[in-house]
Design a binder for this molecule. Structure first.
Ligand code: ATP
Ligand code: MG
Ligand code: FE
Length: 352
């Protein structure tokens, strides 16, 4: 089926068009430039930007795919999780479009769409699939028994997301926003062993054992790490010493990436997951890619990393999961569903 997907959960307005598992268009407009001076995404600004970008992005996607709205078989839209106002703009646009064109509409889970996008790069997803999602808003390990019907959340952050930690630490170090790319660059000149920062939720009390898992075996916590970096910076400031920015960045990055890769691989091993798919903006991180590749290889886990344009938020991932949902024969969602800022991964698509 030819499916048009609409994404507006955070700062990217995305319209993607797929035919089955073939990518035809992936038009994205980001309001990131407008958030830079605030050092974080401002929900009201993001919502207004979605409103302004929606029609031009739709027109661009249709032109790129060389199709018309008439050709489209179904429309898919992110209903959650995400920012309330931002989600509402995409959902309202999708409902209007579906109503005006009399096409079936599917409300899609944003997190599961980060996994579904995998079909656009390398085709059908294998059995025994796990996913690691790391972005500005999410840090999650998923188990995918059936992409359209059976997804389990194995672990998640209990406080900050990985990308959020990068952004906060970059601010502490005066590296600007968004912080991920800046820290990634700065860390290249630093010693990752200069300072031993804490690996959140890694002690036996939280981890337990494979037989008797602790309360946070596959979970993450990055707020203690952020505090530890802040203490280290204060320590240098108090002594009147220059903060060794590269060393702090490299040591912070090592702590984040070490714990993420260790827990993801552990989850795969213990849950019998033989392929791991990486998604989210932090997938751009060079150290994460390097260490995850090495640890997956040692553990005999196949690692799949879609191209970066499909890892960050986009409409093609919504269209891709939408197409899978259509092909699975799942009923459309109608036009009476709402947005769900905390939509759980178990709700892959919303029923009518
Ligand atoms: P969501 O959480 O809904 O997916 P988002 O907009 O917060 O949305 P993305 O757009 O996927 O997330 O990713 C942005 C995040 O990725 C930011 O926190 C940014 O700092 C981080 N990031 C980008 N490049 C890198 C990098 N090279 N290393 C580490 N983090 C990075
Ligand atoms: Mg974003
Ligand atoms: Fe996302």
């Amino acid at each position: 089926p030819l499916v048009l997907g609409i994404e507006s959960s955070c700062d990217e307005t995305g319209i993607g068009i797929v035919r089955g598992s073939e990518l035809l268009a992936n038009a994205v407009s980001s309001s990131m430039d407008e958030h830079v001076r605030f050092g974080g995404v401002i929900p009201e600004i993001a919502s207004r930007a979605h409103l302004e970008a929606m029609i031009p992005t739709l027109e661009k996607a249709l032109a790129d795919a060389n199709v018309t709205l008439d050709d489209v078989d179904a429309i898919a839209v992110t209903s959650g999780p995400g920012l309330a106002g931002a989600l509402m703009v995409g959902v309202a646009a999708a409902k209007a479009l579906a109503f005006a064109t009399n096409k079936p509409l599917y409300a899609i889970n944003h997190l599961v769409a980060h996994v579904g996008v995998g079909v656009l790069d390398g085709g059908e997803l294998p059995k025994n699939l796990g996913a690691l999602l790391v972005s500005g808003g999410h840090t999650e390990i998923l188990k995918i028994d059936n992409l359209t019907r059976d997804v389990t959340l194995l672990g998640a952050t209990i406080d900050d997301a990985a990308g959020e930690a990068y952004d906060k630490v970059a601010r502490l170090l005066g590296l600007g926003y968004p912080g991920g790319p800046a820290i990634d660059r700065a860390a290249k000149d630093g010693n990752p062993k200069a300072i031993r920062f804490p690996r959140g939720l890694s002690v036996p009390k939280f981890m337990g054992t494979a037989e008797e898992p602790g309360p946070h075996r596959y979970d993450f916590s990055f707020s203690g790490l952020k505090t530890a970096v802040s203490r280290a910076v204060e320590h240098f400031d108090k002594r009147g010493e220059e903060v060794p920015v590269a060393d702090v960045a490299a040591s912070f990055q090592e702590a984040v990436v070490d714990v993420i890769t260790k827990k993801a691989v552990l989850a795969c091993q213990e849950q019998g997951l033989t392929t791991l798919l990486l998604g989210g903006g932090v997938a751009a991180n060079s150290r994460l890619r390097e260490l995850l590749a090495a640890r997956c290889q040692s553990a005999g886990i196949e690692l799949r990393i879609p191209p970066f344009s499909l890892c960050t938020d986009n409409g093609a991932m919504v269209a891709a999961l939408g197409a899978q949902v259509v092909m699975a024969g799942i009923q459309p969602s109608g036009i009476n569903f709402g947005t769900d800022t905390g939509q759980p991964v178990t709700e892959v698509s919303l029923g009518a």
